[in-house]
Design a protein around this ligand. Structure first.
Ligand code: R5P
Length: 296
């Protein structure tokens, strides 16, 4: 029995201090549930509102991609510098130490290989397995204008329903067909459709003309897709332009792991994303680090 007689009575209610009520830091995410906001906070750094997502999921349609042949050798050294890892459950279970406690964005769509029509994807992960793996978000390709446009949107809306049920955000990845124009008009259309249909954040490509309008017309955060390998200074410049024009960070793969010095490159990218370091300065940092820190 608790000793009621002996209970300390001098309680402090701090009547002079208003209750704390802080807005959630991410655009369009104010009204999400606690679990979903908590997961988003594992992906985006609350201090800056931005993320460096390291994308290594390429194998789900193209097999052992250059730079990803041995995840244990080439990718594990990058983990301390990534805010979030985007990957398949196969690579997560087989290669990533469970001591990794940052964000995990699980590839949740798939089906066709590079030998087939890529837009013909299905949902490729059960929500229970995503929960089992404690995924911070699920990533799904959306092929606006593609052959299987409706099917890919349906994959996304189904995942949004499941994610909403369990508090797991959905990342819609705008996938552009080879023969489609990559311009602001296309990305405004694609990003807005994904947001309207419930994705909690969107991955979109940087475009030199009108990227701010893509961000402005999308009510949820956009992360910049990296794309094919380009020179390091150009990739840092692209990341700088994207974040200064409103992107909530980058989801970058080949421009990091196919760099001549991936460990140095991811650190330079992180400086750009979180500290808005100028591209030339970040490139100098990359050069310095690559000489100081020999790669595997
Ligand atoms: C997109 O289709 C997949 O998520 C890719 O694995 C990812 O977008 C690739 O990143 P990056 O283009 O920067 O290599």
């Amino acid at each position: 029995m608790p000793d009621i007689e002996g209970m300390k009575e001098a309680k402090r209610y701090y009547l002079d201090i208003p209750p704390r009520s802080e807005p959630f830091f991410l655009k369009g995410s104010q009204h999400l549930d606690w679990g979903m906001q908590n997961r988003l906070s594992r992906i985006f750094r609350p201090e800056t509102g931005r993320t460096v997502m390291l994308a290594i999921d390429h194998g789900y349609f193209q097999g052992p991609t250059t730079g990803l042949e041995r995840i244990d050798v080439t990718i594990l050294p990058l983990l301390p510098y990534a805010d979030t890892l985007m990957l398949t459950r196969g690579i997560l279970r087989s290669q990533i130490p469970p001591t990794f406690t940052k964000g995990i964005v699980l590839r949740a769509s798939g089906g066709p290989s590079i030998l087939k029509e890529l837009s013909n994807e299905q949902i490729a992960v059960d929500i229970e397995d995503a929960i089992r793996l404690d995924a911070s978000a699920l990533a799904v390709q959306v092929f606006i204008g593609g052959e299987y446009e409706t099917q890919s949107i349906h994959n996304m809306t189904r995942l949004v329903d499941l994610g909403t049920r369990y508090g797991i955000p959905i990342l819609a990845v705008t996938a552009v067909g080879k023969d489609m124009a990559r311009d602001a008009r296309y990305f405004r259309l694609a990003c807005r459709i994904c947001a309207e249909l419930g994705a909690q954040y969107i991955k979109s490509y940087y475009i030199p003309e009108g990227f701010e309008t893509v961000v402005a017309s999308c009510p949820v955060p956009i992360v910049m897709a990296g794309g094919k390998k380009i020179p390091e200074l150009d990739a840092l410049t692209m990341a700088y332009n994207a974040v200064t024009q409103g992107a909530a960070g980058v989801d970058m793969g080949r421009n990091i792991f196919q760099s001549d010095a991936p460990v140095a490159m991811i650190q330079a990218v992180s400086k750009v994303v979180h500290e808005l370091m100028k591209p030339k300065e970040a490139f100098d940092l990359y050069q310095t680090l690559r000489h100081e820190q020999p790669e595997a």
